[in-house]
Design a protein around this ligand. Structure first.
Ligand code: TXA
Ligand code: MG
Length: 360
């Protein structure tokens, strides 16, 4: 996968802050931290009170499990059980990176780990992020359970500012000195601390792959594509990726902006003429750069998604939040071709649109 590097210099390692944030997590606190996909809201994966707080802060249904974030591939074999041989090929090729593996859970672990403390799970979603801040934080804090750092149903945050829109009470990690002088956990236990890593370079959540069966099954498409997975894993002839059992998270309303969204699918020329004939009062259009150029003199709010699929993926969630900030009632988005990362982009677009597609 070729991804453009973030130009923000906030993506630099901040060792003192990371150490403080890790200490906060070990003491039962929650931390919003960057990954290369989207920002996560993390807690000590083995602390039931802290994990329960993730669910209540997010408004997340208790039956939707959390991804366990690890810093070393070896930890996978502590958390997973009877993992198939092909899991090694996936780990070798795609970790660290935007890939989550749903494995059978090591029976020696507490029954609830990987999900809500009031429940039980037989599987665990495990991911090793490539983001230097995420990796350093997890290396210091231990295994971190983290969903995306948005309220349930809102677009995932690709910048810290987005996470702060949903969790306005979160505060930056204080300097090490001030933090330790104030006896950290009494003063900050109710808070959420934040680490800033600039803009996420992938922009869509990780590819989630079920590895509990004879062949891998994609539960959620992402930047690691089906083609890439097929290249490294010997998939039996009859295996059908489209036959995926659904991941609990996929049944909930997702990524929805406040505005009503429509995916407009068809040739570029037809898309342009469709948009020019929209008779709505308060709407905006999300389009690729070269399509937006054809709408230059058209009197409407046009936001550029990007000039290729990689940048469309990076910008999509951010543009949804910008549309909401503009206060528009409707959003019309240009569909992308459903190949490679386009599969993941269309998945998120259709979810944001509640399945509404206009074919032109
Ligand atoms: O890129 C990402 O994956 C980000 C960053 C922060 O790592 N995280 C993320 O987490 O998107 P979340 O909770 O928003 O989405 C995780 C998805 C959900 O659809 C959930 O149902 C699924 O992964 N999942 C997690 N554990 C699972 C399990 N044991 N079995 C099936 N699905 C699982
Ligand atoms: Mg999420």
């Amino acid at each position: 996968m070729e991804i453009k590097k973030s130009s923000d210099d906030t993506a630099k390692l901040q060792p003192g802050k990371i150490k403080t944030a890790a200490e906060f997590i070990r003491g039962g606190g929650l931390v919003i931290f960057p990954t290369e996909t989207v920002y996560g809201l993390g807690a000590d994966a083995f602390n039931p009170d802290a994990v329960a707080r993730i669910y209540s802060e997010k408004g997340r249904p208790g039956d939707n499990p959390l991804i366990l974030h690890i810093a070393n591939a070896d930890d996978f074999f502590e958390l997973a059980f009877e993992s198939p041989d092909y899991s090694r090929a996936l780990i070798k090729n795609f970790w660290p990176g935007p890939l989550t593996l749903v494995a059978k859970k090591n029976p020696a672990l507490p029954a609830w780990v990987g999900g809500h403390p009031a429940g039980k799970t037989k599987t665990v979603g495990i991911r090793m992020s490539a983001h230097p801040i995420a990796r350093a934080l997890i290396a210091e804090a231990g295994v971190i359970a983290a969903p995306s750092a948005n309220k349930a149903g809102k677009p995932s945050p690709t910048k810290l500012a987005h996470a702060l829109e949903d969790f306005p009470h979160a505060t930056p990690v204080l300097s090490e000195k001030k933090f330790s002088q104030n006896s950290p956990f009494s003063a900050f236990a109710e808070k959420i601390l934040t680490l800033d890593g600039g803009s996420a370079i992938v922009g869509l959540e990780s590819t989630v792959v079920d590895i509990t069966g004879a062949s891998p099954v994609i539960l959620r498409p992402g930047a690691i594509t089906e083609e890439q997975i097929r290249r490294v894993v010997c998939v039996s002839a009859g295996a059908d990726f489209s036959d995926a059992p659904r991941s609990p998270g996929t049944k909930y309303k997702h990524y929805a902006p406040n505005a009503q969204m429509f995916v407009v699918s068809g040739e570029q020329k037809k898309f342009v003429s469709y948009v020019k004939n929209i008779r709505e009062k308060n709407f905006c259009v999300l389009a690729k750069k070269n399509t937006a150029a054809l709408l230059k003199n058209f009197d409407a709010e046009i936001l550029v998604l990007g000039d290729d699929e990689i940048s469309v993926a990076q910008n999509f969630f951010s543009r949804l939040r910008e549309c909401d900030a503009l206060g528009v009632e409707k959003i019309f988005v240009e569909a992308v071709e459903e190949k490679q990362i386009g599969v993941a982009i269309m998945d998120r677009m259709l979810k944001a649109a509640g399945g509404r597609v206009i074919y032109v």
